[in-house]
Ligand binder design. Structure first.
Ligand code: AMP
Ligand code: MG
Length: 330
């Protein structure tokens, strides 16, 4: 934070530190570190964090060994990073840092929103995952950072060549009104990114969840068919999809969770601003913008669709038709 403005570069550091504990201890270590770093960076504010994890399991007898390991790793990471010269954190400090994320969010004031490891299934498979941090101000997303440690730095679009030596690890960050930037997690200089400008849906490749349980692949296939999309779906875990879309690797992202699933704000807040600041549009299936002001959950119509401004009208039409067909066949 400098002069009351949000300094996205210091957030970059926060994410970089948190990444070091994500590998062995996944979400808890990441949440403890991001929470600790944010509270240290923002001492004078009334601090609110809406985050996915809580310390419930770590406080049980069966969680004690894991808690000790996480505490050691959090301390080791803070020492090796060197940004914060603080006394060694106790296990209780780490539990408290994790539980700082219990805020309910809402439409007033500022709330940080964190998914400490988004796409756990992808992480465990060795595929894509992301650490996603956003800031809400009066219910609107004003800042977002997405760290995607396994996403190739070069485009993953079908016409790009890849080799096993390609650099991986991307950091996307966006501030309202200031565009979206990407840099490598190794720290290359940030470059501005923009969504695909294609107006031709036949040429547009589309992203969806790797996990069929998270999003109906049948429905997206029906929508893609109506649009004349030729390329097969690109299936990626986590908000890495938003990052890849923000730099034009694909032109459409379709997400249709199965009946009864409620989307959480930490699964979309950072990704949403990363795409919109890169010139894209994120809506629910009815074409309404996502509303992050209602607490920990998103209240939306049927699904989430993402594309550029030119393709959105035809995408919405195809979505409506496919949903109508699906509903009339039930
Ligand atoms: P993705 O890899 O894009 O499918 O997104 C991963 C996120 O999906 C996870 O962080 C979960 O919060 C969320 N998720 C978990 N279960 C479901 C479900 N049944 N339907 C939709 N999303 C889910
Ligand atoms: Mg998630």
């Amino acid at each position: 934070m400098c002069n009351g403005k949000f300094d996205v570069y210091s957030i970059d550091e926060v994410l970089r530190v948190s990444l070091q504990v994500v590998f062995p201890w996944k979400a808890y270590g990441s949440q403890a570190l991001v929470s600790f770093a944010l509270e240290s960076e923002l001492p004078s504010e009334s601090f609110s964090l809406v985050a996915e994890e809580d310390s419930g399991d770590l406080r049980k007898e069966s969680g004690q060994e894991t808690l000790q390991r996480i505490t050691k790793l959090v301390n080791d990471t803070l020492v090796s990073d060197g940004s914060y010269s603080v006394p060694t954190l106790t296990a209780e400090d780490v539990l408290r840092a994790i539980d700082t994320g219990k805020s309910e969010g809402g439409s007033h004031g500022r709330h940080w929103v964190l998914d400490p490891i988004d796409g756990t299934k992808g992480f465990l498979r060795g595929d894509q995952y992301a650490i996603a941090l956003a800031l809400l101000d009066e219910g609107k997303v004003v800042l977002g950072v997405l760290a995607c440690p396994n996403l190739p730095f070069a485009s993953i679009s079908g016409d790009s060549q890849h080799s096993s030596h390609d650099e991986v690890g991307c950091l996307f960050f966006a501030q309202v009104g200031a565009g979206t930037y990407m840099q490598s997690l190794e720290g290359s200089s940030p470059q501005k990114v923009h969504v695909s400008t294609t107006e031709n849906s036949e040429e547009a490749s589309f992203f969806e969840s790797f996990e069929a349980a998270h999003s109906s692949h049948d429905l997206s296939s029906s929508i893609a068919k109506k649009l004349g999309v030729k390329a097969p779906p690109v299936r990626i875990d986590s908000q890495a999809k938003y990052g890849a879309l923000s730099r034009g690797d694909g032109a459409i992202y379709l997400r249709f969770p199965h009946k009864g699933y409620r989307e959480k704000i930490w699964d979309h807040a950072a990704g949403c601003i990363v795409v919109t600041e890169a010139g894209g549009v994120v809506t629910d299936a009815a074409g309404s913008p996502l509303d992050f002001s209602q607490g920990r959950y998103l209240d939306l119509d049927t699904g989430i669709i993402v594309t550029n401004q030119k393709l959105m009208p035809s995408l919405l039409k195809a979505v409506r038709e496919s949903l109508d067909e699906k509903n009339s066949s039930l």
